[in-house]
Design a protein around this ligand. Sequence first.
Ligand SMILES: NC(=O)c1ccc[n+]([C@@H]2O[C@H](COP(=O)([O-])OP(=O)(O)OC[C@H]3O[C@@H](n4cnc5c(N)ncnc54)[C@H](OP(=O)(O)O)[C@@H]3O)[C@@H](O)[C@H]2O)c1
Length: 489
Amino acid sequence: MPLPFIVSLIFDGLPSWMPDPWRIAKVGGTLGALAITKRYMSGAETLAERDMHGRVVIITGGTSGIGAVTAFEMAKRGAQVVLLTRQSPSDPYISDFIGDMRERAGNDLIYAEQVDLSSLHSIRKFATRWIDNAPPRRLDMIILCAATMTPPGGTRTENEEGIESAWMVNYLANFHLLGILSPAIRAQPFDRDVRIILATCSSYIGSPPLDAPLDKKDWSPRKAYARSKLALMVFGQAYQKHLDSYKRPDQLPMNARIFMVDPGFARTPGMRLWLSRGSIWGLLVYIVMYAFAWLFLKNESMAAQSVLHAVLDESLIRGEGGKLIKECMVVDCARKDVKDEDVAKKLWESSDSLIEHIEKEQAVVRAKAKKDQGKRDLEAKKEQEKRDQEAKNAQQVEEIESLLGAIKKGKQKEAQKAKDGRKSKNGGENGTASDTHNSSHCHPVFFTEKLRRLPPSFGTASAQQANPVAHGYAYQDAQRSNGGKGARL
Ligand SMILES: NC(=O)c1ccc[n+]([C@@H]2O[C@H](COP(=O)([O-])OP(=O)(O)OC[C@H]3O[C@@H](n4cnc5c(N)ncnc54)[C@H](OP(=O)(O)O)[C@@H]3O)[C@@H](O)[C@H]2O)c1
């Protein structure tokens, strides 16, 4: 079959249904170029592998994008994963997210701890809880993937403590967390492979220098993000030195290493927010132009490869820490000031004093708020007690009123009965008994037969004391019938 076709091609030329070979070359070349571009832009895939059973991994940013893929891959390999999430573990989204990850990874050891990385207080609460444990908790890895970025055109925002958001979440939160967790890291046994991964970004290359603060008028989302990532890299180098300089009680060298990882540009929720400028119209443009995003940006899984390489590659435990990993390779930093000790010292000191100052300030604010809350609670309690007392009084009044009502009704009934009785009696005696005294007419309720009977020693003081009610009625009736001249029946 192919032979006659080839012969016909040679002798008769191309058949009429066959497109122009130049066109085929153009289309094929374009598809090939697209495939090569896609493959290139997707980046390198790690070949490193390691069993993670029994290892404890703390991850920030594990609910989205690159961090979520990393957390899942850790869980899949058997690690115990502690996600530091902005929301509480009881939040429905977080509990669903963790339930789903547990099911997919076949690992139940995935937990969440609430840590808002935009709050120094929240970080301190978690980290002090973690280190406040004897013996020290096992800790094999800290993967710091959380980050925030204001979309282009967005305005500068600050957290409650007055720190600019990108600086706080991308840099200071990591500084604060690792600062407090330092004793827990240093307390790990010598032979434990402890790694700390800092997710950075190549935007650090274009950052303004760290020695001058970023003025409000010079502020832009790009500069703020790039500067926070540069600070993170400088801090990474300094933290490695801080760990290396620790003299262990057993005189063995420290075995904890920092790795900075640039995952490359990826189609994560954070990137989508940035590209769409956080607007609906931007999102529509993103959807329309999605082919470009698909071609030039990695997917989340490919972006996580360098992070996974830093976590899983056994060879990295040999040699120094403080390395930058990009495309699953150790690369050099593109800026000299990343390794500048003076810059690092200044950054460390200024971050430390900023945290100290703000924590003191916030402690006063919290104490005052607590006191005010205490006062408010006390007032609310008093108010509640007052309301309860009023309600109780009202209830008593109501009860008395209803009792009086019942008494009144009873009286009316008795009066009616007496009236009816008198009528029938008068009818029987033909009206002659109309002058006869009938005390029940005056006191229908209490003037029962028993009360109407006189006490045995009526008229004496002791009898009056013995039965004042009975006596009182008898006395009044007697007064009525003899014009008030004395007791007489
Ligand atoms: N994507 C890229 O193209 C790219 C490129 C270079 C470097 N990177 C770096 O790679 C890392 C991961 O990026 P990504 O794009 O995957 O991130 P992402 O999708 O934007 O996710 C950011 C994560 O950070 C968490 N987070 C933000 N603010 C927080 C706060 N105040 N407290 C606690 N958690 C907070 C978010 O939690 P919520 O889910 O609660 O919001 C989320 O899990 C980042 O460090 C980023 O700078 C990314």
